[in-house]
Write a protein that binds this ligand. Structure first.
Ligand SMILES: [Zn+2]
Length: 204
């Protein structure tokens, strides 16, 4: 830390370096860049102050939303027979970006990682089960990263949903094993989606 900087700058650099992927050098560069940018500083200040209070989880699918329901759950023109399970709202927007899926989603926010304290409880599957029981769901698409945690989570969810009369599919292995979904490009994601493998057939 550069002790010759005024205290506010030191504090900003310390705060910025606590962000993921930002080391002390990048934090320095960002902080020095911001000093002369009055309107950007004001905008960031306003947005950051509101952010944690404005962004909530959609009551149905747990996507980020400023209202009770997210834009996707409010869209009645989607296919109500499909739910795609994703880890994060980021993965959801990636799949939306591919433009071939028109069903609804369910966002887990966590993958199973018992050692880090993320067990089945954190996945919040009650909401998903509620959807499956109350909607004409025919297919659940597991669109989780093909990492150890993603695979473990997919298997766990497939097991939980075993006795429901629905088809369970999983993204094909177009996404390389071990790669987090967020790093997959659109074409790879599209192939993985179109070629999704059936883990369990439908009886409904
Ligand atoms: Zn929603």
């Amino acid at each position: 830390m550069n002790n010759f900087y005024p205290p506010i700058l030191q504090k900003l650099i310390k705060a910025l370096s606590s962000l993921p992927g930002i080391g002390e050098k990048s934090a320095n560069r960002l902080a020095l860049f911001l000093i002369s940018k009055v309107s950007l500083c004001e905008l960031l200040g306003d947005l950051l102050k509101e952010l944690p209070y404005k962004v909530k989880l959609c009551q149905i699918c747990r996507n980020f939303s400023e209202e009770h329901l997210c834009a996707i759950c409010k869209d009645e023109n989607r296919d109500p027979s499909k739910i795609c399970i994703v880890e994060s709202p980021w993965n959801l927007s990636q799949i939306e970006g591919v433009g071939i899926y028109r069903g609804y989603y369910y966002v887990l926010h966590y993958l199973l990682a018992p050692r880090e304290g993320f067990g089945p409880q954190e996945l919040g599957l009650e909401g998903l089960i509620r959807l499956i029981e109350n909607r004409p769901i025919k297919e659940v698409v597991l669109a989780l990263s093909p990492t150890l945690a993603g695979e473990a989570t997919s298997s766990y969810i497939a097991k939980v949903l075993e006795n429901y009369p629905i088809k369970i599919t999983k993204l094909a292995c177009g996404v390389p094993m071990g790669m987090e979904l967020q790093y997959a490009d659109t074409l790879t994601l599209k192939r993985a989606f179109l070629g999704r493998e059936v883990l369990k057939g439908t009886t409904r």
